[in-house]
Ligand binder design. Structure first.
Ligand code: ADP
Ligand code: MG
Length: 317
């Protein structure tokens, strides 16, 4: 399948700072890819290289198969970019701003108006079409920004931290909108974020980006496999009887790696894969009155803790 965005061994230095470090990434047509990383990870720098706004120190960048560094105007024709702080003409209405964009792109006024009205409706701004953008909230500005980006019918949409400063309900609506637009029109979307939960909701694939390097990429399931110990699983165990030696006995079992006590009184048991039957059997043999045994899968919270906060993903034993 055709890669709509491709970075090959890309490194970017700003003097002594290495903002991006040997980045390799391919994003396919119709995919929604989330570039996820803390502040200063190099997300904006990566995006600016894709748009030809800044040049890589090393490596090659292609968008729609076009070399972004040497042919930025060709790229700009096909890519809609929503920067982290989008600007409008404040004393013009939402509609007037969109029509202006279209005219600057060579679209005739009546056609531009028709398209702008339809897009305003798509992004849920039909009621604000005739309101001056100076009075728009942050959420409304982002929606208008998205409509503006879509005015030129792009093949690729790039959004830099699009949900920053929007309230939770607005974020939800904005993300759902991006997902349905992408799926309806086969749009390729790259969005950056430092908010894991948001990215998880709408992205087909996610790249975990820290200090200029991609630590892992893939769908949620494959991220879990790449980022966490592969041959162990965790179970939450609830027992009825309170035997103080039980934890110690469990810890001594050959296939058990860790046992921790949770605040809710349940045990968190890490064991070698495939031994959960054995675990249940031992608990029963110990007369511990087994109430429940529930598999815990790693989620974004664990990834967040481990890679963004420098913490340990597993509870201490
Ligand atoms: P992010 O968007 O993930 O927060 P950036 O790409 O903005 O990260 O920044 C990555 C690193 O590059 C940071 O250390 C930042 O200070 C540095 N940087 C970004 N832009 C410039 C610039 N124009 N000049 C010098 N350093 C920069
Ligand atoms: Mg940024």
């Amino acid at each position: 399948m055709k890669a709509m965005i491709e970075l090959k061994n890309v490194t970017k230095h700003y003097h002594e700072v290495k903002a991006v470090d040997q980045l390799n990434l391919k994003i396919l047509k119709g995919e929604i890819f989330g570039l996820l990383g803390p502040n200063g990870a190099g997300k904006s720098t990566t995006i600016h290289m894709l748009l030809g706004l800044t040049e890589p120190t090393e490596g090659e960048v292609y968008v729609c198969g076009i070399h972004a560094t040497t042919r930025p105007i060709e790229v700009k024709k096909r890519v809609g970019f929503l920067p982290d702080d989008v600007g409008f003409y404040e004393d013009m209405t939402g509609l007037e701003n969109l029509v202006l964009t279209a005219k600057l792109n060579g679209v005739k006024e009546d056609m531009a108006k028709e398209r702008a009205l339809s897009l305003l409706k798509q992004v849920g701004l039909q009621d604000a079409a005739h309101k001056k953008t100076g009075q728009f909230s942050r959420g409304m500005r982002q929606r208008l920004g998205l409509a503006d980006v879509l005015m030129k019918n792009p093949e690729v949409v790039i959004l830099d931290e699009p949900t920053l400063g929007i309230d939770p309900k607005g974020i939800q609506e904005f993300l759902t909108m991006i997902r349905s637009l992408s799926k309806e029109q086969g749009l390729t979307v790259l969005l950056s974020s430092h908010q894991l939960h948001q990215v998880q909701q709408i992205c087909d694939r996610v790249g975990i980006f820290v200090k200029g390097s991609l630590l892992a990429q893939g769908d949620m399931e494959s991220l879990q496999q790449q980022l966490f110990d592969d041959d162990s699983v965790q179970y939450k165990v609830e027992v009825g009887s309170k035997d103080e030696h039980a934890i110690e006995s469990l810890r001594n079992l050959p296939f058990v790696k860790k046992v921790g006590l949770q605040p809710d009184g349940k045990w968190l048991v890490q064991l070698k894969k495939g031994n959960q039957g054995e675990l249940a059997k031992k608990i029963v043999e110990m007369n511990l009155d087994l109430i429940s045994l529930e598999k815990i899968s790693y989620g974004l919270d664990d990834i967040y803790q481990r890679y963004f906060q420098g913490g340990e993903a597993l509870g201490s034993s």
